[in-house]
Ligand binder design. Structure first.
Ligand SMILES: Nc1ncnc2c1ncn2[C@@H]1O[C@H](COP(=O)(O)OP(=O)(O)OP(=O)(O)O)[C@@H](O)[C@H]1O
Ligand SMILES: [Mg+2]
Length: 433
């Protein structure tokens, strides 16, 4: 580990709160820590209890801190697609330097100019996403810094959200003692890693099947067109299983994750397992196929609602198909069912980084990548340096390990070393998949 900048993302979900700590070196991301705890205080993606949410955020940070061995105080915070509005915007400024070279300050000013738009009083600006910069009439520029020109324009999307929802969210984060470095729209962040350039150009729908909600985000001509939220997700499936199998929610969640299958035809008739019956000490045996029957019904309903939302948005064709992500997309059979219901190309996307190779981490990883790229263009700071004492401590523990390596250890020393793994070792073990 060296002294590169660290980036921390916070995904406050209905089922789980996820904290991801990443280190960027040479434009590539290394994940060095993860916190993932059950989320209390949210329903269908919205905060319903501030204290419980704050408590859960703190717990998720503590978990990530234990893994990396030093405290975290900053985060890039994700905002879900609930009550989000996207509109076109643009801004123009004169380049300020005498030699007419465009500096980061000019980029910052033009981005600010693009935010001077009248929006309804109950709305708040979440972000401005540049589509293209234009220098003296020449467009399609992604980063105008260091170019020469007199007139700098930006065309992009202005993202606004409900003031009440955003205030509550940010308040929870601040109350948990975390400084907000950036706020990003989650589907946009997830899309920046989950989708290819081609898919986004052709027209693609990213479907995030979370715990309390399913978010549909449509990208066309390279940009996010709109988001819609279906208020159903993995928790509904767990609830259906709890009713259908007459068992507790916790047991239903375990069965779902361990044996669940989303496509009846592909589910096994042989694989059988015991489920505790609620209120008794009896157990009942079910097969994977029986469970798949219940899961498929609910997931099919979710996909039908997604298709309806797309029709409402006026989307007729999606040559780029569908990309599924979110925790519930990790279940076997989801892909087959989605292909069957949506009648288009479908794939499931998971982040391709050690330690977070599950679709539930797509948003968290996306938040880091997305905020990093935007901040670089606009000269903003969203990362931070690892505290000096932590760098020293990690380096010292590493050196100690190297020094100790050739010496044969007494049994007692060995037992002690096994009991107390070093920070480096802990991180290393985590990546050992
Ligand atoms: N391997 C798995 N198999 C089946 N279901 C899974 C698996 N992993 C996670 N889930 C389910 O995914 C859901 C949580 O997903 P995720 O973490 O993406 O949601 P969230 O972000 O907390 O919620 P939301 O986005 O709706 O606010 C839970 O219902 C959980 O049971
Ligand atoms: Mg989510």
């Amino acid at each position: 580990m060296n002294n590169n900048e660290l980036y921390v993302s916070l995904d406050i979900g209905t089922s789980n709160i996820k904290v991801i700590v990443g280190e960027m070196s040479d434009e590539s991301l290394n994940i060095i820590g993860v916190g993932n705890v059950p989320s209390e205080g949210l329903k269908k993606g919205s905060i319903v209890d501030i204290d419980e949410t704050v408590h859960s955020i703190k717990k998720a940070f503590e978990q990530a801190e234990r893994m990396i061995g030093f405290p975290l105080r900053h985060a890039i915070v994700g905002v879900n697609g609930n009550y989000i509005n996207i509109q076109d915007t643009n801004g123009v400024v004169a380049v300020s330097s005498e030699n007419k070279e465009i500096h980061v300050e000019d980029v910052r000013r033009v981005m600010e100019a693009a935010q001077v738009v009248s929006i309804p009083p109950e709305q708040l600006i979440v972000d401005v996403i540049p589509r293209q910069f234009i220098v003296d009439g020449r467009g399609d520029i992604t980063d105008p810094k260091k170019m020469l020109g007199v007139r700098l324009e930006v065309e992009g999307s202005l993202i606004t959200g409900s003031k009440t929802i955003l205030h509550n969210l940010l308040r929870c984060v601040e109350r948990a003692g975390i400084e907000i470095m950036d706020i990003c729209l989650q589907p946009l962040a997830a899309g920046s890693v989950a989708l290819s350039k081609d898919e986004k150009n052709l027209g693609v729908a990213l479907i995030d099947i979370g715990g309390g909600s399913t978010t549909v985000a449509v990208f066309e001509n390279g940009h996010l067109l709109a988001t819609r939220v279906v208020p159903l997700g993995g928790e509904n499936i767990t609830k259906d299983l709890s009713i259908g199998l007459r068992t507790s929610t916790d047991e239903a969640e375990r069965v779902k994750k361990q044996f669940g299958h989303a496509f009846y035809e592909e589910a096994s008739e042989e694989e059988a397992f015991e489920v505790a019956v609620i209120g008794t000490d009896q157990k009942q045996t079910f097969t994977q196929r029986e469970v798949a029957d219940i899961i498929e019904a609910r997931l099919e309903e979710i996909f039908l609602f997604v298709a309806e939302e797309l029709r409402n948005m006026g989307i007729k064709e999606l040559p780029g198909g569908f990309v599924l992500t979110g925790g519930q997309a990790g279940m076997p059979g989801v892909l087959s069912l989605a292909q069957d219901v949506l009648q288009n190309n479908v794939r499931v996307a998971s982040p391709n980084y050690i330690g977070v190779r599950e679709p539930q981490y797509m948003t968290g990883v996306g938040l880091i990548q997305f905020a990093y790229r935007n901040a670089k263009i606009q000269g903003r700071k969203v990362g931070f340096k690892m505290p000096a004492e932590a760098v020293q401590e990690v380096a010292a523990s590493h050196q100690k390990e190297v020094q100790q390596r050739p010496k044969p250890k007494s049994k007692q020393q060995q037992a002690q070393a096994e009991k107390k793994p070093s920070k480096m070792k802990k991180i290393f073990n985590f990546f050992w998949e």
